[in-house]
Ligand binder design. Structure first.
Ligand code: DX5
Ligand code: ZN
Length: 220
């Protein structure tokens, strides 16, 4: 199955004093999605931005906003982000008391729904809700911070997730998040990923288009 690759720069690594400019610049540089890392200092030991920031950035962002909720509980914030303009909303199944209901809530708001799997988390829950999932996000770092090193065991999980997605026959995107660089993105694609989050590999570099183009060349 031919997969179109997507590059999703993570706003976590952007200059928080210039977020509007940063969003416009990375979209101009060729970003396919904007990855929006929401942290609540409860599910993860860090605190980032909420629905109001998403709403403010929505008019600066002409590509889908891929919201990654690292929050607990999930439902109220999922609804708020849907109303703030999110296109996709992913959450960690261990952060929701009722995963199936949260997936339905996200889709009910008109957004695509995703599940996020931490490095030590099994994919088992997918067996029971794969018909309600539009995106599987495999973490290749422990959630909470950018700039960490890629955890190699994520490659095996990507392979397994790819097999589950193929077996389902459904059009589900397989995204990998954490420690993605120009020099490892090909290995992650070969394992079966089609969507790649990159924070510190892109933001903080002088030329966003140069890095994104280099990633696409590595994927070609
Ligand atoms: C970590 C976030 C990742 C992170 C990626 O909790 O979910 O999206 O920002 O940053 P890099 O690409 O620097 O590892
Ligand atoms: Zn993320």
């Amino acid at each position: 199955m031919s997969r179109t690759y997507r590059i999703a720069p993570s706003l976590l690594a952007a200059d928080f004093a210039r977020l509007g400019e940063e969003v416009r610049a990375v979209v101009a540089g060729g970003a396919d999605w904007l990855h929006f890392d929401v942290m609540d200092n409860h599910y993860v030991p860090n605190l980032t931005f909420g629905p109001m920031v998403c709403q403010a950035l929505r008019k600066h962002c002409t590509v889908p906003i891929d919201v990654h909720l690292m929050v607990q509980p999930v439902d109220a914030l999922a609804t708020a982000f849907a109303k703030a303009g999110a296109d996709l909303i992913s959450f960690h199944p261990d952060a929701s008391t009722h995963v199936d209901r949260t997936l339905q809530l996200i889709r009910g708001e008109g957004c695509q729904a995703g599940l996020v799997f931490n490095p030590a988390a099994p994919l088992d829950v997918l067996e029971w809700v794969i018909d309600k999932v539009d995106l599987v996000l495999v973490m290749s770092v422990n959630p909470g911070f950018g700039g960490q090193s890629f955890i190699d065991s994520a490659l095996r999980k990507v392979e397994r997730a790819r097999r589950l997605i193929e077996a389902s026959g459904r059009d589900i995107r397989l995204e990998v998040d954490g420690g993605i660089k120009v020099d490892n993105i090909r290995r992650v694609a070969d394992a079966g990923a089609d969507t790649f989050v990159a924070g510190s590999a892109i933001f903080g570099q002088p030329d966003y288009k140069g890095v994104i183009d280099a990633m696409r060349r590595a994927l070609a």
